[in-house]
Design a protein around this ligand. Sequence first.
Ligand code: F6P
Length: 304
Amino acid sequence: NACVRAVVRAAIHHGFEVYGIRRGWHGLIHGDVIRLQIKDVSRIINRGGTILYTARSKEFMTEEGQRKAASTCKFLGLDSVIAIGGDGTFRGAQALSKFGVNVIGIPATIDNDIGCTNYCLGFDTAANTAIDCIDKLRDTMQSHERCSVVEVMGRHAGFLAMYVGLAVGATAVLVPEHPVSYEELVEKIRKARLNGFSHYMVVVAEGAASGDQVAAAIREATDLDPRVTVLGHIQRGGDPTGRDRVAATKMGYLAVDLLKQGLTNRIVCTKDGGYTHVDMDEGLATHKQMQRMEMDVLDAMTGL
Ligand code: F6P
């Protein structure tokens, strides 16, 4: 929402006419667009979700669907599309650009897994929500001297789990990028117990294993009876943090500025502490690696 607002404001500031496409690519295929004026994006900078709705479109994955979307653009006179989302959204934008529509991508996914940018909108809000939930969980786990297994989102990427795990001082963090065996996990819990701890917090990215699988493994190897919490879509909602609002505002502004300069097929991104942009094809070909340092820090902080 904060990004939609920024795009609308920046675009009107530069003399563009703006339309919001409802329900993502699905809406573009079916011409579901609404004119957006300054008042339409008033008081949404502080709201989670999107006033434009969103959807996963199977139809848009086909060439036929993409062709239909491009002809909707032509029919309605939409010369450029600013697409806010993750990898799937950008692949859609890439396909649309092949049909002559100008496209700019703005990375927004709590997975923070877009290769060409350090930061994706929504990550900070999701991480802080998860941290807050786990802090609350810890109170009861500590009092009851239990083991807690918290499953966070991240179907293919563990950036959210890693960040949250470090922030809550987890006993162990499981991410898909660096699979650890259940023996190693149990060893971390054993060491924690030898160091005098009587409650344990395990954070697992859904792409590494399910919370239930992890709990079952711990139950089998120890005398603990872990409790599982799946944070699920809770992480994708709520008021955005200040960091997300400002990043969304800057990225939205930059996306419009790129169109004003006559550029297309670019992804707005953050690099070396600043905002920049890269070619969409190159950006999508970049794979984001988990930093070795993160694993080293995690190793040093857990299993003691
Ligand atoms: O792609 C972002 C993401 O949040 C993943 O981490 C998660 O697995 C997925 O979306 C959930 O998608 P859905 O809401 O369609 O279940």
